[in-house]
Design a protein around this ligand. Sequence first.
Ligand code: GDL
Length: 457
Amino acid sequence: MHASPAAPFLSGVIEGFYGPTWSRAERIELLDLMSAWGLNTYLQGPKDDIHHRAAWRIPYPHEEASELRSLAREAGARGVQIAHGFGPGLDIRYSDPADLDAAVARFVQARSMGVSIFVLLFDDIPDQMHAEDVARWGTLARAQAAFANAVLDALSGHAPARMLFCPTPYCGRMAMRAHGGPGYLQQLGADLAPAIDVFWTGPEIVSHEITPRHIDEVASWLRRPPLLWDNLHANDYDGRRFHCGPYSGRPHGLRPRLRGVLSNPNTEFPLNFPGLHSLSAWLRSAGDWDERASYLEAIRAWLPRFEGWKQPMPEEDLVLLGDCFYLPGTEGAMAVQLRDQLRDVLAMPPDRWGPEATMVRARLARLRDACARIADLRDRRMFAAWSRRAWELREEADLLVKFLGWNLDPATRGQPFQSDFHQPLTYRGGMVPSLQNLLAMQPDGTFGPCTPAVPTP
Ligand code: GDL
């Protein structure tokens, strides 16, 4: 099933993650980049905007409303459309006319601010309904489709409106587990107005790969091509990581099977340049996709933002740093190589270490120093976005450099090693690491108690 040529293909960015919302300056910068890169849609739906979920019934107060109005104006001037969405699913009563009115009122307000695409988001909610909704609709899919159709009808009174919808099961794994109830997606496909586009994140919430076959199956359930909500570069689920690798794991054959591709990227805005640069290149490319080349090109374009007070960041160092924060499923080539070399060296007793131990120590020291250089950046927002992660990486690299040095020195080799900068309880301490040490994840994704449990100092 291919997208109707009448529906313009949506390409762009979703501010749809958990955590602090982007600032006005960041949103304007995003619009500038999107317009330069030919991306046409920005969806504003940050989970932790209080009017997004908890207070969804309450229209934007004056300040937020005028902010949205000015953003829509700035977007229009750059040829970008603004989509605005909220998630009523935490406490909605599907059969309460007051809730329908509240949803319509939110969109009428957004339209008066210049928004042209309206988005109902039913992701990340319990798949239960109130008793009166069950009595009236029977299933969640029926209730949500009827609600969305009624909102679309109400909005279309003035002029045709474009609407997007995020279902409660929005990836293959949730569908397999029958989240939302058995047959949810097929029911939604049958009931939802054909003009409404439906979001999908792939086989998983964060999908490392998405195949045309998978999309074809989803399209047959939904009776329309899905709209990709791509969490490849999202990082709100892990405070220690971010993703600046290339657009990856999506073959070209996907594009004609989709209504669009919108990336829901890293929470820290400045970290999104390479991923979005690469996504826009993928969208423009003719099928000859080389993701590593796209990453290197994006890093070159990003480099000017890494000017330091004392010295410039060498391109090679930024490639290596980026490789350490690449994609959810893999680190980049230089990071993988460095880690594998380290693992090989550490697997041998120090008295058998050869020149590769000295070499890997030098490369690690370079990584450590590149991390330290982040503190020196002229762009302080970039520094703030990198800071905690670069610091943590620097700590680990520094420890390993010291350990290798100790064991490369014949005077100390093989003797107990300690670092004055890595103290028990301070280093790797805290509740989160101690909980992480209780359950181990196997390569197949199953969990079991760590045996023996890693001792708490
Ligand atoms: C999700 C949430 C999204 C979040 C992402 C990554 C969708 C449709 N919803 O499940 O808000 O940022 O995971 O954690 O993806």
